[in-house]
Design a protein around this ligand. Sequence first.
Ligand code: SF4
Ligand code: SF4
Length: 99
Amino acid sequence: MIIVSCILYFTTMEFGAVIKHNQEKSPKTGAWRYMHPEVDKEKCIGCGTCVPFCPDACIEMKKYKEGQRDKADVDYEYCKGCGVCAEVCPVKAIIMKKK
Ligand code: SF4
Ligand code: SF4
């Protein structure tokens, strides 16, 4: 019975979708942000893991030094200080600091 229920559930389930973030429609953060992320560019290995995890799509990989991989760069106009990026960084290159 459970198997039949699972099959029925998955065959009737609607598929999800990834909605592309449009930063032009995003609200700017203003002065209320309590914490802000600081990227240690020397520690950052340029893996890009933090980019898709940011709920506000405000991390970009940007050129840092010649001959090195691009490094994470935060757009503070939109960053809400949630700390997700710091949590997912595999080398702990992002530290959350109080403003
Ligand atoms: S603190 Fe949150 S909003 Fe700000 S860059 Fe990190 S993941 Fe994005
Ligand atoms: S997850 Fe960490 S190491 Fe990877 S790009 Fe972001 S800051 Fe750099």
